[in-house]
Write a protein that binds this ligand. Structure first.
Ligand code: NAD
Length: 256
């Protein structure tokens, strides 16, 4: 049976790579993201793999619109079988200057939206006795770096949330897991490269090698397709006993 997957932040970066892989496997894909050309990106992927899709340019800070996105998706496809909480933002600042509104946005987008969406899909997954919830956390869900207090708080909390939902889902056929990447070369990272070059007064190569990949024993950006492949593996029917886990894909960073 064809599965339906909703991926937040799927018109860019990691979410787009996951959407593309799931589309290539024949899933119905529900796209979400704030990119101006989001509709076009979703349509191009859907056309390439001849799948059914929906696109919602819903801002996840808008809880009513977020819940309406779920309701419309379930009305269209009958269920959401796989929910991938991927959308996220970053802001880098010493804590004493950290803008409170940035803290609130990061917690709301990176963490609270996963709660709102999980709550909204729960009834449908419970009725079907099947669900896969995959949270894109981060290596920063296990470990910290300075100047990223809100992001690190949100990603650590995401791992705790993943465990709690796994326990609640266990009797219902619903699994919940997290994927925790190291640095992946996407727009969220590209923007940081520019900022770090300015902050440290060093070159692009030095930022990548010394600041970003400095803590990764394997000095490579994480391959985006590997993250998508792990999400696909976790989403399988046969992965029903994999739950409550948080999988690092971080070049050994958190092994230290
Ligand atoms: P990205 O900037 O390429 O994509 C982020 C997506 O989230 C975009 O589609 C954006 O429109 C969407 N988004 C942001 N705010 C939103 C909002 N308010 N409402 C709806 N959509 C919103 O970044 P990415 O690297 O692909 O990041 C995806 C996830 O992976 C994030 O949760 C990020 O924290 C996590 N992650 C990224 C890295 C990395 O190195 N790139 C490492 C670890 C974890």
């Amino acid at each position: 049976m064809i599965k339906t997957v909703l991926i937040t932040g799927s018109t860019s970066g990691i979410g787009k790579a996951i959407a593309t892989l799931f589309a290539s496997k024949g899933c119905h894909v529900i796209f979400n993201g704030l990119e101006n050309n989001g509709a076009e990106i979703a349509q191009t992927i859907a056309d390439e793999y001849k799948i059914k899709h929906l696109f919602f340019p819903v801002n996840l800070l808008d809880r009513l619109a977020t819940k309406a996105m779920i309701a419309k998706s379930i009305e269209t496809f009958g269920s959401i079988d796989i929910l991938i909480n991927n959308a996220g933002i970053q802001f880098v600042s010493p804590v004493e200057d950290f803008p409170e509104e940035k803290w609130d946005d990061i917690i709301n987008i990176n963490l609270s939206s996963a709660f709102i969406l999980t709550k909204a899909v729960w009834h449908s997954m419970k009725q079907k006795q099947f669900g896969r919830i995959i949270n894109i956390a981060s290596a920063h869900g296990f470990t910290a770096s300075p100047f990223k207090s809100a992001y690190i708080a949100s990603k650590h909390a995401m791992i705790g949330f993943t465990k709690a939902i796994a326990l609640e889902g266990a009797p219902l056929g619903i699994t919940c897991n997290a994927i925790c990447p190291g640095y992946v070369h996407t727009p969220i990272v590209e923007n940081q490269i520019e900022n770090q070059m300015k902050a440290h007064g060093i070159s692009r190569d030095e930022v990548i090698k010394n600041v970003m990949l400095g803590k990764q024993p394997i000095k490579e950006f994480i391959n985006i397709d590997v993250i998508a492949e792990l999400a696909w593996f976790i989403a399988q029917d046969s992965s029903r006993t994999i739950t409550g886990a948080s999988f690092p894909i971080d070049g050994g960073w958190t092994a230290e």
